[in-house]
Design a protein around this ligand. Sequence first.
Ligand code: ADP
Ligand SMILES: N[C@@H](CCOP(=O)(O)O)C(=O)O
Length: 303
Amino acid sequence: MSVVSNVTVTVPATTANLGPGFDCIGAALKLYNEFKFTRQEGGLTIHVTGTEAEGVQTDESNLLYQAFIKFYQHIEQTPATVKIEIKLGVPLARGLGSSATAIVGGLVAANQLEGTPMSQSQVMELAIAMEGHPDNVVPALLGGCRLAATSGAAWEICDVPWHQDIVPVIAIPNFELSTSEARGVLPTEVSRADAIFNTAHLGLLLRGLETGNGQWLKTALQDKLHQPYRKALIPGYDAVNIAAVSAGAYGMVISGAGPTLLALTDKLHSEAVEAAMLAAWQEEGITAEVRSLSLDTQGAKSF
Ligand SMILES: Nc1ncnc2c1ncn2[C@@H]1O[C@H](COP(=O)(O)OP(=O)(O)O)[C@@H](O)[C@H]1O
Ligand SMILES: N[C@@H](CCOP(=O)(O)O)C(=O)O
């Protein structure tokens, strides 16, 4: 393919971890950021519109631009000078993969502008290296629900079947929690019992997601590697959890590094689960936006 003068990339939000799959599983959601890159003379300009636009840097420190630059370093070329227009749909620092959209968006845009010198799997490897874990950048790039594992040299990515009756309900509170802060509270070592617990629960989760077996999902959505440490950073976590399950959710987990909470339920109960999560957070004095979203199956798209 040939070099082009502009490209627009859309990248979906993600919900990573899904309880027991810390740092290895995530799903793309139908909620998007849009990034337009146009070649221009005379230096970088960044213009941001949409949800919480004031929270995004408009200089060279911008994460989207950092990913763009990383691509050129990788192919050992001088970066194109560009105008960047960002339309935000994914809220920042809420555990919905806003940073992953920026990393994937910057890499995909640079690859497209330069006529795709890199394959999709090379872009993916670079995105994982930048983010430090695969569970949000992989579904952001490829869509669907994805499990990632590495032997050390390369990554194996597998598509995780998601039963059509399972509905993700996301409850996004009106406060931020940076991923680095939420990683900072985690222990560096875990017990053998906790490692076994999560191994078993992740296996059960994969089968529960595939079959829609509610009994399996109810047990599977438990975790001992990150949520017990992180829930103290999310006021109202226990109340929202109890409300979601009482309204018919299989269970509730922290989306990504939080503070967004994710309940899995079925179509019959999704509206009641939404209302219950919203009311529980309101009672704690926290404003939230609660919605049922479906899975994005296409990942990053450029045009
Ligand atoms: N569209 C974007 N363009 C540039 N930078 C972004 C964008 N979205 C997020 N970021 C950067 O990523 C940070 C949030 O990352 P992080 O703490 O990992 O939270 P999240 O869970 O949303 O990924 C923001 O504060 C901002 O610096
Ligand atoms: N496994 C990571 C996932 C972070 O996802 P994000 O959406 O919060 O960026 C973690 O839990 O730290």
